[in-house]
Design a protein around this ligand. Structure first.
Ligand code: DAH
Length: 341
């Protein structure tokens, strides 16, 4: 009988649960009218008188141990049930508002530029960031010794055959000509990569937007008029443009486009370095070699192309002096664009 009492005591001390129903079951099993303790008390009646004292004390011990264990577990279960509510706090308090995020200034400007050209009938085209030599250089009439192919400018992934990160979005021109027949009118936004030292005016990853228009009878006058429309939409009705002769392997003739400085209105300030003009893009008439390399008859079709840096335009539009701010994602910088567009 002693071993039966001790086994019961051990089970009581080992019992653990925070489930109120389980605790109640346990209480009934041990302390209930038909419980194990009553069984023991039945046996106790038959015990020899000289053993009654010692066994009686043990039985009392089991009873108090069971009662106190069950009460403690019941309290713990009640506390556990309360805990989630305590963590939530005052359920009647009004909820806190979720702050609405803002678009990144580079996305804002990219969208605005793409929107302006969609109003002129351009559709968006995209291409891979990882490219081959053909799409980035060869099909765009870059001679084999051109310095842009150099390790200093280009991030190569593999040599021979060359696999590289595109250094400009002009590669999307090539991809478009491969799949579309003229008339072609595409605007191509994308990330580009160049092995440049990071400074206030340069980064090794940046964004460009390329434009391409090919049809019968496209002229330089069409290019100039389209870009003037673009400048006025982006910088305001009073914006003017000027074109300076330049060189790109894939266009002939080529030009660099300046827009009148929107900060000083053309009078000259430190942003436009006293000139009243800001350079915003390169452009030109698509070189007949490029059309032919991509299977387009250059005696029938002509076209123009242009390419601009999104960071540069965003800097001019928002008066940002350090390009690195666009990549640091400091929310104090980003929140200043909450209300734009
Ligand atoms: N791809 C040139 C660059 O990265 C920009 C450019 C210039 C694109 C003239 C053009 C263009 O389409 O016609 O500097």
């Amino acid at each position: 009988m002693l071993s039966k009492i001790e086994a019961l005591l051990a089970r009581i001390e080992g019992f653990n649960s925070t489930n109120p129903a389980e605790i109640e079951d346990f209480r009934v099993k041990i302390l209930g009218r038909k419980g194990e303790l009553n069984d023991i008390l039945e046996d106790f009646k038959k015990v020899a008188p000289e053993q009654k004292r010692e066994l009686g004390q043990k039985i009392n011990l089991v009873k108090t141990a069971a009662t106190s264990r069950i009460n403690t577990l019941k309290e713990m279960a009640a506390e556990a049930a309360q805990a989630p509510a305590a963590a939530i706090g005052d359920m009647t308090r009004p909820g806190s508002e979720d702050g609405i995020g803002s678009r990144h200034p580079i996305s804002l400007v990219r969208r605005e530029i793409v929107d302006i050209f969609s109003r002129l009938g351009y559709t968006v085209a995209e291409g891979p960031e990882m490219e081959d030599d053909w799409h980035v250089f060869s099909a765009l009439n870059f001679p084999p010794e051109h310095p842009a192919r150099d390790m200093q400018d280009t991030f190569f992934i593999e040599k021979n055959p060359d696999i590289l990160l595109r250094t400009h979005t002009s590669s999307i021109q090539v991809r478009t000509m491969e799949h579309q027949k003229p008339p072609i009118r595409v605007i191509c936004p994308g990330r580009v990569f160049r092995n440049e030292a990071i400074s206030y005016r340069a980064h090794c990853i940046f964004h460009q937007i390329e434009g391409l228009y090919i049809d019968e009878g496209v002229s330089f006058a069409d290019l100039k008029q389209s870009l003037l429309y673009f400048a006025k939409e982006l910088f305001g009705e009073s914006a003017k443009i000027r074109m300076r002769p330049s060189y790109f392997p894939f266009t002939e003739p080529s030009a660099e486009v300046d827009v009148s400085c929107n900060l000083c209105g053309g009078k000259g300030c430190n942003v436009c370095k006293g000139t009243g003009w800001l350079e915003i893009m390169g452009c030109g008439m698509v070189d007949p070699n490029v059309l032919e390399s991509n299977g387009i008859d250059s005696t029938k079709y002509s076209g123009f192309a242009f390419g601009m840096g999104v960071e540069r335009i965003a800097m001019l539009k928002f008066g940002v002096k350090d390009l690195r701010l666009y990549f640091e994602n400091d929310v104090r910088f980003l929140h200043q664009f909450d209300s734009v567009l």
